[in-house]
Design a protein around this ligand. Sequence first.
Ligand SMILES: O=C(O)c1cccc(C(=O)CC[C@H]2O[C@@H](n3cnc4c(=O)[nH]cnc43)[C@H](O)[C@@H]2O)c1
Length: 243
Amino acid sequence: MEPILVVAATRQELTLLIRSLGARERGGAGRRPSWLGKVGLLPVVLAETGIGKVNTAAALAALFENFIPRLVINTGCAGAYTASGLRVGDLAVASAEISGDEGVLTPQGWEGLDLIGIPALERKGVRYFNEFPLSLHPAEQAVQLATALGIPLRRGKFVTVSTCSGITARGDELASRFDAICENMEGAAMAQVALDYGVDCLEVRGVSNMVEDRDLSRWNLPLAVEKAQRFIIKYLETCGEEQ
Ligand SMILES: O=C(O)c1cccc(C(=O)CC[C@H]2O[C@@H](n3cnc4c(=O)[nH]cnc43)[C@H](O)[C@@H]2O)c1
């Protein structure tokens, strides 16, 4: 049975999963640590990619050269945009990922890679510039599971940034430009590499902070990563039951 792969930027975002799945360290993720565990009969590989798009892309390329999972799940925390309806501790599922700061700043404003005319990825005749779709079925399953469990979760577009928005106005600008609900630093890299290798992908993040004028006293990273991991465990259990 092909494993499901779960990736996160930091160890904190995987610790509960590693423990709950009785996972043991393995190789095969390039220069990054990874573990193999099980949910019932379902094998699950967990990998710590490091922060940001470069680390995520490097880790996923190394992993996919080693094996092709049936699904890759990106988890961790995220900053929610003010108009999203999300609150700290809620969950968010990506319908699409957007590379939010790859493009050109012109005198008329920001433009994406389409202005340059060079796509980030071309696959099966489709040119992908800044936006990468995520797989529909796993996201719908996640929404249904959250509804059944009474867990607050919203599905919408995520923005991936290299410069985090520590200013309310910048977050509001990205939210309205891309019609997005939250931001992070890795998801677009996962979605692009998964699309390139033809691997289904899902992204579920816990909201650690609102994207507002930077005030770390209002953040709750431990709550966000715990909520996200507890939900991923439930999701993996439903995948295991389908076998
Ligand atoms: O110190 C800061 O100002 C700061 C700003 C954004 C994120 C952090 C982190 O410590 C977490 C980075 C980590 O978590 C994801 N994340 C969480 N919140 C956000 C956000 O508001 N904007 C972008 N990324 C966020 C991200 O995927 C990283 O892996 C500190």
